[in-house]
Write a protein that binds this ligand. Structure first.
Ligand code: FPP
Length: 266
């Protein structure tokens, strides 16, 4: 099945090997939702004596590879951390460059994403962006709203704590207007008010570039997620790396606070 998916794409790169690797995954143990912290663009550029902006440009190429992989393996949901609420602290020139890159990315890639049946969404405080960028995001969402393929979510001006606070503010208003009682508030109700309300919980978090932290990314949604870290800087992250992470995930024993199947049988 997976071999067929890969096989029909093309044969002139290492898909053959990657599909062989994928064959080792038990399809029932595929993650539904993979979230990626794309870190290390700056370090990649520095190692090469290049400007940080070159690292971000190369990071876009890695993002395209990874989305393609998600499409090829029929992943249900992929969420990437493109810009955090803390990233505004970077020099203005870098922030402006990232915005330009984001805008160009949407302009150049939307047609292909649409053809690939990708359903795009954005999470975070998107209202902080320029009116033009906001209109591009709206257009991308509208154009791909009926697509049934991978749910591709880009976190922009996103912070997990900020997202939870916004959800609580909405709930507090509902309580104030007597549409909800405090006792009715449950994890399920809160989840419905998060930016990710339409997505399954995160199964696998991938972080590149060696740091092992969550950095305020999807802090609620990753409560039971598995983590996979690599020293590889984001611009060097390949399809094979993504598949390796998924194969590793498929071998893990997820207990969600209960007992493993092995122990249950004892
Ligand atoms: C981390 O590298 C990356 C970012 C803060 C931005 C992620 C952006 C991209 C992958 C490209 C742009 C994509 C979109 C959709 C706008 P870093 O700069 O923190 O690297 P460093 O930790 O090595 O300095």
């Amino acid at each position: 099945m997976l071999k067929k998916l890969f096989g029909k794409k093309k044969a002139n790169n290492d898909y053959e090997n990657n599909s062989d690797l994928l064959e080792t995954i038990d399809r029932d143990k595929m993650p539904r939702h993979v979230a990626i912290i794309m870190d290390g663009n700056g370090r990649w550029a520095k190692e090469k004596g290049m400007l940080r902006s070159a690292g971000h440009t190369a990071g876009i190429k890695a993002l395209k590879r990874v989305l393609k992989t998600a499409v090829n393996i029929n992943l249900e949901a992929l969420t990437v951390y493109a810009f955090s609420t803390e990233n505004w602290k970077r020099p203005t020139a870098e922030v402006d460059f990232l915005m330009k890159l984001f805008s160009e990315y949407l302009e150049k890639e939307l047609d292909e994403m649409d053809q690939e049946n990708v359903h795009i969404n954005f999470i975070g405080r998107t209202d902080a962006f320029s009116p033009y960028l906001q209109s591009q995001m709206e257009d991308a969402k509208k154009r791909t709203a009926n697509n049934t393929g991978v749910k591709f979510t880009v976190a922009v001006n996103y912070g997990g704590q900020d997202e939870i606070v916004r959800a609580i503010q909405t709930l507090a208003n509902e309580v104030k207007e007597n549409r909800l009682s405090p006792e009715e508030i449950s994890p399920q109700i809160l989840e419905k008010h998060l930016d990710t309300a339409d997505l399954p919980a995160v199964d696998l978090v991938i972080r590149t570039s060696g740091d092992m932290r969550l950095s305020n990314f999807l802090i609620w949604q990753t409560a039971y997620a598995e983590f996979w870290f690599t020293e590889t800087n984001w611009p060097d992250f390949t399809e094979a790396d993504m598949i390796e992470a998924i194969v590793d995930y498929s071998k893990r024993d997820r207990r969600f606070g209960g007992l493993s199947k092995r122990n249950e049988e004892k």
